[in-house]
Write a protein that binds this ligand. Structure first.
Ligand SMILES: [Zn+2]
Length: 182
């Protein structure tokens, strides 16, 4: 998909749209993630179901995300596939005049001019995915409790931590041990 095409699917027309409930679908693929640059996520496939409920003064948007994203493992840097299944709601208040600073504090409630032509959800979608990412991205353990990270990296890490442990020994303690041996 082209950038314009990607961005277009997150734009919901408001102007001239009658009150009611509307359903849309969109998807986030590799091209979306390259454009959005969400942390280290560079690939994935998420299907979005967007339900917009519009009244004169209020628009609520419920987004359902389903699919997966691919990000590098924090431990071994090989890609991890992270399943995603979550919902996020956005409330938009439509007002005659938007006061300065009105949109500053609460991200889930937007205040927009009632003559706004369309609602652009690109940033909302981007932030929702970012917030849904786990704190630590790691390859899961297998059924035996063994890490499924790249074995070469695991071996290297083990070697490094062993070296670190060796270095951490207090030299005075070593001296003491030598004394005893003598
Ligand atoms: Zn890993």
């Amino acid at each position: 998909m082209e950038e314009k095409e990607i961005r277009e699917q997150f734009k919901l027309r408001l102007s001239g749209v009658e009150d009611g409930t509307y359903c849309y679908s969109a998807n986030c693929d590799k091209a979306f993630f390259e454009l959005a640059e969400i942390s280290d996520v560079r690939d994935g496939k998420l299907d979005l179901r967007i339900e917009m409920h519009k009244t004169e003064k209020l628009v609520s948007v419920d987004c359902q995300f389903k699919g997966f994203v691919i990000a590098p493992c924090d431990r071994c840097l090989l890609p991890v596939t992270l399943p995603m299944d979550f919902e996020q709601r956005l409330i938009v208040k439509l007002v005659p005049t938007v006061e300065e600073g009105e949109n500053d504090d609460d991200d889930d409630i937007w205040v927009l001019d009632e003559n706004t032509y369309e609602l652009d959800l690109f940033q909302f979608v981007y932030e929702s995915i970012f917030l849904a990412l786990p704190m630590q991205i790691l390859h899961p353990d297998d059924e035996n409790g063994k890490s499924t990270c790249d074995p070469a990296v695991l071996a290297k890490l083990q070697e490094l931590s062993k070296k670190e442990n060796d270095q951490e020994t207090d030299p005075r303690w070593d001296a003491l041990k030598n004394l005893k041996l003598d």
